[in-house]
Design a protein around this ligand. Structure first.
Ligand SMILES: [Zn+2]
Length: 172
C-alpha cells in the first residue's frame, strides 16, 4: 500500500530532525540509512515497505521525466497561472465587446493534439455574454499562445471573421 501524504509528512519531520521514523532514535552519520526515508536501513526493511519505497522512487523519477503523472495534478484551469490567463482573457473580451461574461468554462487542447501537425488552438473559454443591449448569448474564445504567455502578457481580443461571439485572444 502506498504511503499517504500524511505518512510522508511524518517521515519528513523525522528526516528534518535527523531521527528514524520507525524507531524514533537518532540516525547517526555513518550508520546504514535508507535513502528515501532517512530511516535506519534495518528499521525500514523491518517495515516490509522498503521495496514499495523503491518503486515509488522509480515512479517519481519517471514522473520527473514526463513519462507518467505520479502525483495528483491541479485540475486544468484551476492553477494560479491558468486563473490569471482566464481572468485576463475575460477582461480582454469584455473590453472589446462591452459585454459582461458569466459562466466561464476553460478548455485546454489535449497534449496529443498540440503542436504544428494539428494546427489547433491551444486553449480557450466558453461563456455566456450579456450584450450592452441586455441580450444574453453564448460565446467562445480561443488562443494560439500558451496559457503561460497569456498570463504574462497584455491580451487583446478580436472577433473572428464570419462568426458571431467567437473571439481570438492573443498577446498584443
Ligand atoms: Zn530506526
Amino acid at each position: 500500500m502506498a504511503r499517504s501524504d500524511q505518512e510522508w509528512n511524518g517521515i519528513y519531520k523525522h528526516m528534518d530532525a535527523g531521527t528514524c521514523y520507525v524507531c524514533g532514535k537518532p540516525v547517526k552519520t555513518g550508520s546504514a540509512i535508507y535513502g528515501l526515508t532517512g530511516a535506519h536501513y534495518d528499521c525500514e526493511v523491518g517495515t516490509g515497505r522498503a521495496y514499495e519505497a523503491a518503486v515509488i522512487r522509480i515512479e517519481d523519477a519517471l514522473a520527473n521525466l514526463g513519462v507518467v503523472a505520479q502525483r495528483p495534478r491541479v485540475p486544468e484551469g484551476k492553477g494560479k497561472v491558468a486563473k490569471k490567463a482566464i481572468a485576463k482573457a475575460v477582461a480582454a473580451i469584455e473590453k472589446e465587446t462591452g459585454a459582461k461574461l458569466t459562466g466561464v468554462l476553460f478548455w485546454n487542447q489535449k497534449g496529443n493534439f498540440r503542436g504544428p501537425k494539428w494546427d489547433l488552438a491551444r486553449w480557450g473559454l466558453q461563456f455566456s455574454m450579456q450584450l450592452p443591449n441586455g441580450n444574453i448569448v453564448r460565446g467562445s474564445s480561443h488562443s494560439w499562445a500558451t496559457v503561460t504567455m497569456c498570463a504574462n502578457l497584455p491580451l487583446q481580443a478580436h472577433e473572428e471573421r464570419d462568426s458571431l461571439y467567437s473571439y481570438n485572444v492573443e498577446p498584443q
